[in-house]
Design a protein around this ligand. Structure first.
Ligand code: 2AM
Length: 171
């Protein structure tokens, strides 16, 4: 199965990301990503045997990272991967912490963190640049997700979700 860890937005954040996406004009063969599929990939595990699932769930369960606020504030066209994305230009410390710990635990090589939500795929022509009203996303949990490719759009199934620490608790 093909797995990855991700931040999944709540309905309100997904709705506001959709509003941002609507301002962008893409050509005919490009595909909008359905709002229910919006996410920020934290660590792409890739294809693994089903027996590996328990190990990954243990990693997710054991991480202790505080909540953080992500601000998606820029719409970008990434020509190489042919996607239009909403980018969080600033990386909050909690996100860096979560991302580093997850990638270390899985044993993935360090890459540059570019937190983004893919809004459209198969985009070959640069859309007219659009300013983005910042979408404030209070991340309170993260998930392990299965991706089933093959259809016109990947189908995602959230397998497990873990809370980030609420540091206001017990104060
Ligand atoms: P994306 O977030 O930039 O669209 C599930 O497939 C998610 O993992 C997608 O969101 C996708 O990126 C990301 N992904 C797919 N293949 C990847 C790869 N080889 N390396 C890193 N991330 C990948």
């Amino acid at each position: 199965m093909r797995l990855f860890f991700a931040l999944w937005p709540d309905d309100d954040v997904a709705r506001r990301l959709t509003q941002a996406a609507r301002k962008v004009k893409i050509e005919g063969r490009s595909r909008w990503v359905a709002a229910k599929n919006y996410h920020v990939t934290l660590a792409f595990v890739g294809e693994v045997p089903a027996m590996k699932l328990a190990v990954l769930q243990q990693i997710g369960r054991s991480l202790r990272v505080p909540r953080f606020t992500l601000v998606c504030d820029s719409i970008e066209f990434w020509r190489e991967s042919k996607v239009v994305v909403a980018v969080a230009r600033a990386a909050p410390a909690g996100l860096v912490d979560l991302w580093t710990k997850l990638n270390d635990a899985i044993g993935l090589p360090p890459e540059r963190l570019r937190a983004h939500v893919t809004l459209a795929r198969k985009v070959t022509q640069a859309p007219v640049p659009q300013a983005m009203s910042p979408v404030v996303w209070r991340a309170a949990n993260f998930s392990l997700v299965r991706s089933d490719t093959g259809g016109t759009e990947s189908a995602y199934t959230v397998l497990d979700t873990w809370s980030l620490l609420d540091e206001t608790e017990n104060h």
